[in-house]
Ligand binder design. Structure first.
Ligand code: DCP
Ligand code: MG
Ligand code: MG
Length: 576
């Protein structure tokens, strides 16, 4: 049966994709602010666990996401730094993203979480491939600009830079096509190295993966960390590379899919890619059936991922985020003064974030011009984008004994309202804006979400601004996305006030197109607002788990692509 199955057709194999992942990101940010920490084992604490730890700590057996107690037991000298405030990490993330974006020719630069960036460098590589002098590969020049031939770096084009996979010397390429692909990846490896050096000039080390699609580039980069890079030379035949990996390593294969595969294989054991890929019971159709209720075509998508095929594009860079959201978790807030304090804190961070991300502080003339002796500044920041909607999300607190009984989003509900324009007034004191927003908008939303104020037990508050106007794309967005956006705006599809950003599931977000967990949904009964509904009735649309929108079946594909464009600003972690 196995032998009858055809290997899936490969798409996009001629691309060159780089994937960068900063080493122990939060730890590097803290170390750079305090360099004496660099030689000490350092853990970054969020609530009772480590968000990450530096590589000195990792030598002692300390791991990411380990409980503090366990980490201290393994490494009593572990220095702990607080990582609750994400602002410094976001600032560094933005700088590194801007740096990488400045090297792109086609604008295809996509962030994943705070510390990862994909770059599609196919065009730069093709240009440099044409420039190669095959008689003097040793002294090649890598051109970084089409306009300025002197902007670039010298490199040795006889060798791939950094590590290669498979590690043994490759057999001679079989034909010119293979040879060209090897050369393209080789050029990508030198560009990857050069860009890693540029990132290091900002003080940050990173890992890089070089391959022909996003999935393989990300997995290749994981092979040699930290401060290293790996080129997957066998991109056209990735089975030996992928087969030993546990399924959990494959971005886009989440817990539902893993469970479905275990059921198909009638096993409780953890599976490798090889187990799943070669088992006779696994086929696109079988997967589609097993993932019944999921996105249409999910079986095919998972099947392709198991074969290392990922035709998803690196999305065009965006100048401003699609949304900004801040949240925090609590051990059951019971009274309104606590809720109010929580909302004030979150809204203050949100405003700060909006100022950093949405204000263009480059020189802007003020009209009418002030005389040069004027005490007033001669320029003022300008809003690059102004969100039109504010959304509040709450979720009850579940004590540890109840947590296993519920899905992650159980009880999560959202409501939204127009964002008052006064928040864009830069002349008003931020504290006053926050007070007014909490009293006038957020508390009313809170009451309508939680009408019984005598029975509160709040575990999460999230405030998010969405529906950004003034968005500019560095490279034009797709038509289908624009059409979808317009459709949204005229209300054909009613936005439900919910968008999930899961810091603990970076990979899920990254590969949203494969991962869009669609579930049947009811039409919402109010325009912009609806509660999170868990509903099994099939109506004329499906609800997207990522944003809560009710999507007509015909638009599901487009919706997936639309999500891929979303840089989705990450939120405060929720550990439970
Ligand atoms: N992070 C988090 N919660 C998670 C995973 C990560 O808050 N569940 C944060 C802390 C990390 C950062 O995101 O520093 C980047 O995540 P990575 O998985 O890339 O981990 P690191 O960069 O810390 O380490 P590595 O060197 O393994 O990439
Ligand atoms: Mg990462
Ligand atoms: Mg990292």
């Amino acid at each position: 049966m196995d032998s009858k199955r055809k290997a899936p057709r490969r798409k996009g194999d001629d691309r060159v994709i780089l994937h960068f992942d900063l080493d122990c990101f939060y730890a590097q940010c803290i170390e750079n602010a305090n360099p004496s920490l660099k030689t000490l084992p350092l853990g970054i604490k969020q609530k009772s666990i480590l968000a990450t730890c530096n590589y000195v700590a990792r030598k002692h057996g300390v791991k990411k996401l380990m409980g503090i107690q366990e980490a201290k037991r393994l490494c009593p000298d572990l220095v702990l730094a607080d990582g609750e405030d994400l602002s410094p990490f976001r600032d560094v993330s933005k700088r590194i993203y801007s740096l990488l974006k400045s090297y792109s020719w086609n604008g295809r630069v996509e962030r994943l979480g705070l510390d990862e960036v994909f770059l599609d460098v196919t065009d730069i590589v093709a240009y440099n491939l044409a420039l190669l002098n095959h008689h003097n590969l040793e002294h090649s020049w890598f051109c970084l600009s089409r306009e300025d031939p002197e902007k670039g770096f010298e490199f040795d084009a006889r060798e791939v830079k950094g590590c290669v996979w498979p590690p043994e010397p490759e057999p001679r390429p079989q034909d010119e096509g293979d040879d060209n692909q090897r050369l393209r990846l080789l050029l990508g490896s030198h560009l990857g190295f050069h860009l890693r050096q540029q990132i290091e000039s900002l003080g940050y080390t990173s890992a890089c993966g070089i391959s022909t699609n996003k999935l393989l580039a990300k997995l290749a980069g994981d092979k040699n960390k930290p401060r290293n890079q790996t080129t997957l030379l066998s991109s056209a035949h990735p089975a030996p590379f992928l087969d030993p990996l546990p399924l959990s390593k494959i971005p886009g294969i989440g817990s539902k899919t893993k469970q479905a595969l275990k059921t198909l294989l009638k096993t409780d054991e953890d599976l490798t890619v090889h187990n799943a890929r070669t088992h006779p019971a696994v086929s696109p159709f079988a997967l589609e059936r097993a993932l019944d209720g999921g996105e249409k075509g999910i079986g095919q998508k998972v099947w392709l991922l198991l074969h290392g095929i990922d035709s998803s594009e690196v999305k065009p860079a965006r100048d401003i985020p699609r949304q900004i959201s801040i949240e925090d978790t609590y051990r059951g807030l019971t009274d309104l003064s606590q809720i109010r304090a929580g909302l004030v804190q979150i809204t203050t961070s949100l405003l700060k974030r909006m100022h950093v991300d949405l204000l263009d502080d480059s020189e802007q003339p003020v009209t009418p011009p002030f005389p040069s002796s004027s005490p007033f500044p001669s320029s003022k920041p300008r809003w690059l984008g102004q969100p039109k909607t504010i959304r509040l999300t709450t979720r009850p607190y579940y004590p540890p004994s109840e947590r296993d009984d519920f899905e992650y989003n159980h009880g999560r509900a959202s409501k939204s309202a127009p964002l008052p324009r006064y928040i864009f007034d830069l002349a008003t004191n931020t504290g006053m804006i926050v007070e007014r927003l909490v009293e006038g908008t957020l508390l009313p939303l809170f009451h309508s979400l939680n009408p019984d104020s005598n029975n509160l037990r709040i575990g999460l508050l999230n405030v998010c601004v969405i529906n950004m106007d003034g968005e500019k794309h560095a490279a034009g967005g797709s038509d289908i996305m624009a059409a979808f956006q317009r459709q949204k705006e005229v209300g054909e599809i009613r936005a439900v006030a919910f968008a999930e950003e899961r810091p603990n599931h970076l990979d899920d977000v990254a590969f949203a197109s494969q991962q869009l967990d669609m579930e049947p949904a009811k039409d919402s009964d109010s325009d912009e607002e609806a509660e999170w509904v868990d509903d099994d009735d099939h109506q004329d649309g499906v609800r997207c788990h990522l944003c809560g929108c009710v999507i007509p079946v015909f638009a599901v594909e487009a919706h997936g692509r639309w999500h891929e464009l979303d840089e989705g600003y990450r939120v405060e972690p929720r550990w439970w």
